[in-house]
Design a protein around this ligand. Sequence first.
Ligand code: NAI
Length: 487
Amino acid sequence: MVMGDFAQGTQVAVIGGGTGGYVAAIRAAQLGLEVTLIEKTALGGVCLNWGCIPSKALIHVASLKKQIEEAGAIGLVTAPPKVDLAAVIRWKDTIVDKLRKGIESLLAGNGVTVVQGVAHLTGPASLSVETDKGVHRFEFEHAILATGSTAAELPGMPRDGRIVIDSTDALQPKSLPDQLAVIGAGAVGLELGIVYAKLGTQVTILEGAPRLLPMLDRQIPPVIEKSLKRMNIELVLGASVKSIDSTDRVATVRYTTPDDEKRLEVDRVLVAVGRRPNTADFGLEKVGVKLDKRGFVEVNKRMETSVRNIFAVGDMVAGPMLAHRASYQGKIAAEVIAGQPAAYEAVEVPLVIFSDPEIAMVGLTEEQAAEQGIKVRTGVFPFKALGRTLTLGEEGVGFSKVVADEETGRVVGVHIVGPSASDLIAEGCLAVASAAHYEDLTLTMHAHPTLPESIEEAAEQIEHHAIHIFSPGKKGPSLSRRESEEL
Ligand code: NAI
């Protein structure tokens, strides 16, 4: 990180160099503002250093291992793969380093001054930064707060970093446990539970809720539950963890289910029960920045806090704690400061879980639409009916689903569970964001053979005329008839 010759006055002070902060800083600098970015640990924040990027690298390694193990089925004869854990972690670290250096040079190229240290707000237009070389004081016209979030702990069961670990620890293991208990079947629990299982660990996931992933389309969780079973991962729903007792090498997890009281002996416990906003101890209350009851910073759609020249973005603001939401909000804050008419409203935040198979959604589920009084029509297309899926050596688990408003035909949601769902959802995001009609998806020619054809056919299936599913009964109008009606 660069320790620049910073000015004592700056137009925009950005606190936090994660995906919210560094993107806000670059956007503000692009718009001609003078920007100082203060980061206490590493540019790129949790996502780049201890989250999204390292986890995706490990997911790739674990999936590749599984593919090699199963390659006999498609005619490849290979020796069973062995994991050199230290080499895997080194490879993951080189990716993180490369991307961090990329951010450093983008910030430098855009003229952003980066200061390494811990920032404290001292007034509505001033802050201090504790650095290695002492305390520096800054005055700012605007500040963008982007301090992110921290993994939550279970009350009375603190992380020790060796036996009871969080996602950061789980991404840099020195050894693989024989048995791992994962507490929480959210994004972290599923992604990392699956990685460890594929690398050879016996994994049990204890989820407190009675239903897996309740915010998703109701057809998705059963697909994931089956897949977990195939990977020999035990999923316990409705599990209430009472205690974790650990020695140097093992832990006993005591939990209850509606029917039983149980204990589980493991050599590591990953706690993945959500995150909490980093909004304490840096002067927010002192300068009058209002927090909500759960400790998140309150903002309006311009990302302004209750102190109008101070903005907040990302995980410290209530809403899905996702990197892409943080960077989107960071750009808005920068643009508002630069005097542009930007606002964070009517934005659909896509959700992706890099499980096996992957899950991705954008917009409303059928249940959410019903709650809002929107009647919908849906089309579902299974991946097993798609040529491309099978040529990838996939079994064809999962589906794409398009949810459209019955009255207007507007696409209000897209839900995918299956191969490359994380990439496929981009078409759904565009459809929902641009208020596309489902026929925009059917009339767009999709290349063959590709996975996105599943979205075209799911949209066709709204009128029961997908070609690669036989559905008896009345079909919707054909393409040629629709065209002739329009002429
Ligand atoms: P999460 O909120 O996604 O899931 C936490 C899970 O733990 C929930 O299913 C909840 O019911 C369960 N839980 C809570 N307390 C519990 C308890 N005492 N006992 C058992 N289960 C309990 O949180 P997670 O997975 O820790 O992720 C943190 C944040 O990071 C989330 O906002 C998530 O969306 C984000 N993230 C996003 C990823 C992605 O975009 N692919 C990957 C990883 C994390």
